[in-house]
Design a protein around this ligand. Structure first.
Ligand code: SF4
Ligand code: SF4
Length: 179
């Protein structure tokens, strides 16, 4: 999250924390008491001066929705869930980040290029990473079992029913996520 010196009154949306509390995984946002355990355990926080899950939780409590959704540091989270495992309040910072990312895609109509590529691969092959032919051959040579079969039609249906197909087609992409 980008460092900012002052928070102006008109940036704070008092309803945002309640809006977030209704999202599965983010229900306990109001229980964060800023102990910092999540940030201490977060592997991304070690390498980024800006990305701190504790700060994100506080920004949600303050209702700084616009700042949060405008900041591409949100996409640095590796979804390792260390913060979820160790939060004494069961706040689930990773789920809060996921909810914020979903808002970026839905409300701002944008996503990182890599996310679009992974979702497109999932839609086409049933795998996030489509395995190249050479790797598949090597698996056979090593006596490994074939990869499980995927049901691409089902995935396509889920994408359509949830509205993700149109989000995927229409979202603007960006390549670089700041550190
Ligand atoms: S560990 Fe939990 S309570 Fe502590 S700052 Fe992080 S989210 Fe808040
Ligand atoms: S899930 Fe994201 S926020 Fe939580 S510890 Fe891992 S990288 Fe950090």
């Amino acid at each position: 999250m980008t460092e900012s010196k002052t928070i102006k009154n008109d940036e704070m949306n008092p309803n945002f924390k309640y809006e977030m509390s209704k999202i599965p995984g983010a229900e306990r946002i109001m229980l964060c008491y800023q102990c910092g355990t999540c940030t201490a355990d977060c592997p991304i926080s070690r390498f980024s001066d800006f990305y701190k899950p504790r700060r994100i939780a506080r920004m949600v409590q303050f209702g700084l929705k616009d700042r949060l959704l405008s900041d591409d540091h949100l996409w640095l989270c590796s979804t390792c869930y260390a913060c979820v495992d160790h939060c004494p309040q069961n706040v689930e910072p990773a789920s809060i980040v996921r909810a914020l990312r979903n808002m970026v895609v839905k409300e701002r109509n944008k996503m990182p290029l890599v996310s679009r590529e992974l979702a497109t691969s999932l839609l086409k092959s049933g795998y996030i990473y489509a395995m190249p032919e050479s790797r598949l051959k090597r698996r056979v040579e090593q006596g490994l079992p074939p990869l499980p079969k995927t049901n691409v039609k089902e995935i396509e249906r889920i994408f359509k029913v949830t509205g993700f197909t149109s989000l995927l087609e229409n979202a603007k992409t960006f390549e670089k996520v700041a550190k």
